[in-house]
Write a new protein. Structure first.
Length: 261
């Protein structure tokens, strides 16, 4: 199959982007898909959550590949890719990425930089998932240009607000101007607590407000203590609590994503 690249994005912080990238990636690997996860957040949360607890000590990260594209330097595209024992590959990120925004802005074709690197390696994978930082800056825009679709995790703990409108506007702008084949993969409700009335209200609001124009996944990711604990352990929810409700939810999300084609 050809590779599908999905950016996991929401400029609102703490909506479960990193957890979704990681757990969906491993769920897809369990379906025998070849998966690359790309960390594009200078916080390096995805890198840390997969067990590389000190990303700043890594020699090659996505920042080096971005710099190599900007400078036209030869850097083997697979250099720095890490293999995780649960069957996925990771291109890590660290704080080096934080100081690169200006360099990217000054570069030629600044929105295409990540795409230029990714195009060289995506043939080795069925899915590439890009974990975006909580901004709408040049890095997420690079992720949208490099992607076939955007998956939007939305927290069930807050009613969706103007942030969602801004995000959809940015996606549509990239689609109009640079990447006409970009789609919204779907809106994913996360951090859902069944005991919380607001969570049900948020779900209804999202399905009513966006369900006509966009796919809202049937799968909903519940809030669970086990899921909050996994980033510190460096393994996925499938290794930590494989029969739990969060692992089950990500398995059904992976089925939905595969069915989406
Ligand atoms: N299903 C869950 N149940 C409980 N806690 C969760 C769950 N998913 C994620 N968390 C926790 O919620 C917090 C936010 O999750 P995560 O880091 O995935 O969000 P994010 O959108 O990537 O955040 P940021 O915007 O900072 O990048 C983290 O502390 C994470 O461990
Ligand atoms: Mg994150």
């Amino acid at each position: 199959m050809t590779c599908k690249t999905i950016a996991v994005a929401n400029q609102k912080g703490g909506t479960g982007k990193t957890a979704t990238t990681l757990s969906l990636g491993i769920a897809l690997a369990k379906l025998d898909k070849r998966v690359l996860l790309v960390d594009t957040d200078p916080q390096g949360d995805l890198t840390k959550s997969l067990g590389w607890s000190n990303p700043d000590s890594l020699e090659i990260t996505v920042a080096n590949h971005i710099q190599a594209v900007i400078d036209g330097i030869d850097l083997q595209a697979r250099e720095g890719i890490l293999s995780h024992k649960e069957g996925i590959d990771l291109m890590p990120a660290n704080i080096d990425l934080a100081s690169m925004e200006m360099g990217i802005f000054m570069a030629m074709s600044r929105e295409q930089i990540l795409n230029t690197w990714l195009s060289c390696i995506k043939d080795s994978y069925d899915y590439v998932l890009i974990d975006c930082a909580p901004t709408l800056g040049i890095l997420p825009v690079n992720a949208f240009v490099a992607s076939d679709s955007v998956l939007i995790p939305v927290s069930a703990e807050f009613l969706p607000a103007s942030a969602m409108t801004e995000l959809l506007k940015t996606i549509n702008r990239v689609k109009r101007q640079i990447n006409p084949s970009l789609d919204v993969e779907g809106i994913l409700i996360t951090l859902f607590d069944t005991r919380n009335n607001l969570a049900r209200e948020v779900e209804q609001t999202i399905r009513n407000q966006y369900g006509n124009a966009y796919r809202v996944f049937d799968s909903i990711i519940p809030r669970a203590v086990s899921a909050a604990e996994t980033p510190a352990v460096g393994v996925s929810i499938f290794a930590y609590d494989k029969r739990g409700k969060v692992a089950t939810a990500f398995t059904s999300l992976a089925d939905e994503v595969v069915c989406n084609g």
